[in-house]
Design a binder for this molecule. Structure first.
Ligand code: SAH
Ligand code: DHB
Ligand code: MG
Length: 221
């Protein structure tokens, strides 16, 4: 089995559950045209995040790592009329592309992009929480710190999703790169964390072999 097969099956799946989506296609095209890296979640993963937010009736969502706003649009579309999403992005160029994509998706009123380092923005969000769902998908070495902040910005029942936990299996390689090492540190923190109930779901598809961590907060920090 190869990424080629996984991508073909991903195309087949999305063709059966979300066949045409000009807004999301335009968002990806704008990202490509602006030279942003092609590291968003896949369409099937985006739909998964969307469904998760709807299942959970999330009205306040926090995202760490916006890029071009692709996952932001999937999550933002899950919100009710009075729902709000705050998304944190370090790179002003990424934020600019995301702002246009989010406006094109009709989500400008619901989505608030905060430009700057996530570690600086997170402490400022206490008054805007607790969040119902938090998606962590920025620099991988920062994941453990973002997870600790996510716990502080949570209520009992908050859902926390972390992207890119598995990284081609590098998460179990002690000699992995800095990103894999960041995920190993996150997994160590997760193992010691008694305030959440969690799992990691391995995934294959258009984005290769990776995985999401999924946690529900039993007791906020
Ligand atoms: N969630 C997006 C992909 C995010 S890619 C999607 O699936 O569509 C990761 C993003 O995190 C990049 O845009 C990168 O610029 C941003 N990032 C990296 N380091 C960061 C930091 N310290 N604080 C905030 N954002 C950061
Ligand atoms: C990278 C980041 C991501 O969030 C992702 O989903 C895939 C790759 C990266 O930085 O390489
Ligand atoms: Mg990611």
């Amino acid at each position: 089995m190869t990424t080629e097969t996984w991508t073909a099956v991903d195309d087949y799946i999305i063709g059966h559950v979300q066949p045409t989506d000009p807004v999301l296609d335009a968002a990806q095209e704008a990202a490509r045209a602006a030279g942003l890296p092609a590291i968003s979640v896949s369409a099937a993963q985006g739909k998964f995040l969307h469904l998760l937010a709807r299942i959970h009736h999330a009205t306040r969502i926090l995202e760490v790592g916006t890029l071009a706003g692709y996952s932001t649009i999937w999550l933002g579309r899950a919100l009710p009329a009075d729902g709000r999403l705050v998304t944190l992005e370090f790179d002003p160029k990424h934020a600019e592309v995301a702002r246009a994509n989010i406006a094109r998706a009709g989500l400008a009123d619901k989505v608030d992009i905060r430009v700057g380092r996530a570690i600086d923005a997170l402490p400022t969000l206490a008054g805007e929480g607790p969040f119902d769902l938090i998606f962590i998908d920025a620099d991988k070495p920062g994941t453990s710190a973002y997870f600790q902040w996510a716990l502080k910005l949570s209520r009992r029942g908050t859902v926390i999703v972390v992207d890119n936990v598995v990284r081609d299996g590098k998460v179990i390689d002690p000699a992995g790169d800095a990103s894999a090492e960041g995920m190993r540190a996150f997994m160590t923190a997760l193992a010691a964390e008694t305030r959440v109930s969690a799992t990691v779901l391995q995934t294959v598809g258009a984005k290769g072999y990776d995985g999401f961590a999924l946690a529900i907060v039993e007791q906020p920090a």
